[in-house]
Design a protein around this ligand. Structure first.
Ligand SMILES: Cc1ncc(COP(=O)(O)O)c(C=O)c1O
Length: 385
């Protein structure tokens, strides 16, 4: 077994066919142009139009969710979901520290405080056993509500995240949420096409949120969606996403402070054409993972992340663990980026960022270790071609 830097670079180059590569690029074809042209020609480019309805149906069928609310981005989807779920000012919401900043921002938009809980190495998501022990220790139930004994605040919800598209142990987390009276909203921004026990991610709690940003597995340019099986939740989310406007042929009546969050038809047109390629993107991305796995298998000190038990991952981002005793993560990042192979570290843990550094948190031992050892690799589906 070898363990030098040249071997790591060669393993990546062999996998991606010795080309320069971004971390994740959108993949467009003739169909995308045709759908966009058709949408422009129809004149319905904003929040009303056939493509929005069509895109909603595609997501609904694919994820097996009864209701879909297409919105302007994944962050808006999270903001609105937490709002409709009843998260209020002064409450705390559990989330992992290893996630994109949007998860924590959306909690703050509702006036609540992010409360970070450690993750596990096998799934990269919140560790269910650790969470149960932690909540048992730090919280107490009063009149059906969960209180943080230290801060005195209500802990009202949990937002598990399927990191880099890899499903976390969502069934266990759903059980714990029920046990502790927490509303569960799943951040499935990165995991369209990822399943846990054959059930689509984002469908385990009250609602789930998806992102269609340009770097995701399929894109609408900017865009997102809320998926849910709860009619009341869906009706409220839809209403709030359309400025809380009461349906009327000509009057402008709004019964609440609403949001202009509906996905425009133009973006949905792109979503419809992109959806036609989702299955082939997933097949390619899974092939890419197998190539990475093979090419790294003989290098001591690195290990490619493999989908956890019971999970089927879309492998949105292939993830490499570095053994710190053998490799210097910064050096690998520097060497690969110098060769225009865009590797990236994980996000900085959110609890270390200025806006969140005083937020409550568990011991974050595993998250810290992962932050020090993760490198994400170029993962665009066309890299296997
Ligand atoms: C985990 C996670 N949550 C939320 C978001 C927010 O999605 P958007 O960029 O569409 O607002 C993203 C990605 O961008 C994400 O990766």
């Amino acid at each position: 077994m070898n363990s030098n830097y040249e071997d790591v670079i060669n393993a990546i180059k062999e996998t991606i066919n010795i080309r320069e590569a971004s971390l994740h690029e959108p993949n467009f074809s003739e169909t995308d142009y045709n759908y966009l042209k058709d949408c422009i020609d129809s004149n319905f480019v904003s929040t009303v139009g056939n493509y929005v309805d069509r895109f909603s149906k595609l997501i609904s069928q694919y994820t097996n969710s009864k209701y879909v609310i297409p919105v302007v981005n994944g962050t808006a989807a999270l903001h609105l979901s937490l709002l409709v779920a009843g998260v209020k000012k002064g409450q705390e919401v559990i989330l992992p520290p290893l996630t994109f900043v949007a998860t924590a921002n959306a909690i703050c938009y509702n006036g609540a405080t992010p409360h970070f809980v450690d993750v596990e190495k096998n799934t990269l998501g919140i560790d269910p056993e650790f969470l149960r022990d932690y909540l048992t220790e730090i919280s107490t139930k009063k009149s059906g509500k969960l209180f943080n004994k230290k801060t005195g605040k209500i802990i009202s919800a949990i937002v598990p995240v399927h990191i880099f598209g890899h499903p976390c142990r969502i069934e266990h987390l759903t059980d714990i949420a029920k046990e502790f009276n927490l509303v569960l909203i799943e951040d499935a921004a990165e995991s369209l096409g990822s399943f846990y026990n054959d059930k689509h991610t984002g469908t385990f709690g009250l609602a789930g949120t998806i992102s269609f940003n340009g770097n995701k597995i399929i894109t609408t340019g900017g865009g997102g969606a809320i998926i849910t099986n709860d009619k009341k939740f869906a009706d409220q989310a839809m209403h709030l996403s359309t400025t809380a406007k009461i349906d009327h042929d000509w009057e402008y009546l709004h019964d609440r402070i609403g949001y202009n969050y509906r996905m425009p038809n133009l973006n949905a047109a792109l979503g419809c054409s992109q959806f036609e390629h989702l299955d082939s993107f997933i097949i390619k991305k899974r092939k890419l993972f197998l190539k990475y796995e093979k090419n790294f298998s003989n290098i001591k000190g690195v290990q490619i992340f493999k989908e956890p038990k019971n999970a089927r991952s879309n492998y949105w981002l292939n993830t490499l663990f570095i053994n710190k005793e053998i490799f210097d993560k910064e050096k690998i990042l520097k060497l690969t980026n110098l060769k225009k192979i865009k590797t990236r570290p994980s996000w900085k843990l959110l609890n270390k960022l200025e806006p969140f550094k005083n937020c409550p948190s568990s011991v974050l031992k595993v998250s810290q270790e992962l932050e020090e050892t993760i490198i994400n690799l170029p993962s665009s589906p066309f890299l296997v071609d």
